[in-house]
Design a protein around this ligand. Structure first.
Ligand code: S3P
Length: 426
């Protein structure tokens, strides 16, 4: 489905509620499937990725029933059943990497596969630590499909070179079913939703910054209410800052400090985003954000900030085209291993708009402020975040743009365009 996007002339105004967090939705299904009892999951994601996880756990014998489109009851005795078919993870790296940690320690064998984009993504990062724990996994040169032969696992101490929540979660989930203690350390703190939710469900887990320790534990079901996704909210934060005459409120945004790197960037750039109301829901911080159009200045984004905004970088590149000066983004080489090579793809597409952006091995150099000219045709690379980033750039382009295969947005955020229109029509 192609999409034409035109410049907004009247500003974005009003109020939107940001939909369910993708990372937390995946974990809610996975961990309540491992917990004994009945779980009510509220505000579950409509995105295709989280529905891939739900289908995988149905094939592993976990029953669920939807009470409404985004509310479901899941019932488990804490045990999974051998699947009768291979398990399809779709486009979702989170599904494949976390589920491999769960399946490695089961008493049955299984196969995980995915779509074209997922089949190109690196799996060595999870196969390596799992193998050290005693897992037996066959792969296609460290890529999917993964054939997992269930084994008895042993705990390990693993110092990860990558700050990756997917790798961390995979190892911790294997540790949940392993003999002894599993200790995971990472160079910088990545998102800690796994640690928070496992603790909430009663696991024997301790975490302190970049070090987490887990022991074999049984989980007990507890209802889970999922907050809005700050990664989805970021498309609106950026749009609000760069579309002239905007002033609106984004409600129910997850504000877990391991995810709020975008708010640090907004502050460094001089953007006007105010946190209105903060509370704790199912062990996660949540709040509302008020965003206003702002004059922006360039900044440097690197180091420990990167894992706290990794998914936001494509749209942050759009933001940087509208900031005065040179924005440097570095230490983000893993951006090349996402749903697409997001460094090459962002540079190629933003140049079509007339942006002054260069590629480096681990990030971008962006000179601003540059008017975006538009009048171009954009590709999405099977990547939902590329599709939405290009859409946001289109909102300030002098001429309309055409985005090819815009339907990839449905992977994480099917409500995206409806919410943009709500702020346009206010
Ligand atoms: C995720 C972790 C991040 C992120 C992905 C979701 C998660 O990946 O990019 O969209 O839910 O754990 P990495 O851990 O590979 O950085």
């Amino acid at each position: 489905m192609d999409k034409i996007v035109s410049k907004i002339t009247s500003g974005l105004k009003g109020e939107i509620v940001i939909p369910s967090d993708k990372s937390i939705s995946h974990r809610a299904i996975m961990f309540s499937s491992l917990a004994k009892g009945k779980t009510k999951i509220s505000n579950f994601s409509r995105g295709a990725d989280c529905h891939s996880t739900l289908k995988v756990f149905s094939q592993l014998g976990i029953e669920h029933e939807f009470l409404s489109e985004q509310e479901l009851i899941l019932i488990s005795n804490g045990k999974l059943k051998a699947p009768t078919k291979d398990l399809n993870c779709g486009n979702s790296g989170t599904t494949m990497r976390l589920v491999s940690g769960i399946l490695a320690g089961q008493n049955f064998d299984s196969v995980l596969f995915g779509d074209e984009s997922l089949s190109k993504r690196p799996m060595k990062r999870v196969i390596e630590p799992l193998s050290l724990m005693g897992a037996k996994i066959d792969s296609n040169e460290f890529k999917a499909p993964l054939k997992i032969y269930g084994q008895n696992l042993r705990g390990i101490e693993y110092n990860s070179k990558l700050a990756s929540a997917q790798v961390k979660s995979c190892v911790l989930l294997a540790g949940l079913h392993a003999d002894g203690e599993t200790i995971f350390t990472e160079p910088y703190v990545s998102r800690d939703h796994t640690e928070r939710m496992l603790k909430y469900l009663g696991a024997d887990i301790q975490y302190d910054g970049a070090k987490t320790t887990i022991k074999r534990s049984e989980l007990t079901a507890h209802d889970i209410s999922i907050c809005g996704d700050i990664s989805s909210a970021t498309f609106f934060i950026v749009a609000g800052l760069i579309v002239p005459n905007s002033d609106f409120v984004i409600k129910n945004v997850g504000l877990n400090p391991t995810r709020t790197g975008i708010l640090d960037v907004v502050k460094m750039m001089g953007g006007d985003v105010e946190i209105l109301d903060k509370k704790l829901v199912s062990n996660e911080e949540v709040g509302d954000l008020r965003v206003k159009t702002s004059d922006l200045r360039a900044c440097e984004i690197s180091g420990s900030l990167i894992p706290r905004l990794i998914d936001e970088l494509p749209v942050i590149a759009v933001l940087a085209t509208q900031a005065e000066g040179t924005t440097v983004i570095k230490d983000a080489q893993d951006l090349r291993n996402k749903e697409s090579d997001r460094i090459t793809a962002v540079v190629k597409e933003l140049r079509k708009f007339g942006a002054d952006i260069d590629e480096t091995p681990d990030g971008f150099i962006i000179n601003g402020k540059t008017p975006l000219k538009g009048n171009c045709e954009l590709d999405t690379y099977h990547d939902h975040r590329l599709a939405m980033s290009m859409y946001v750039a289109g909102l300030i382009s002098e001429n309309p743009v055409k985005i090819n295969e815009f339907q990839w947005v449905d992977i994480s955020f099917p409500e995206f365009e409806t919410l943009v229109n709500k702020l346009i029509e206010h």
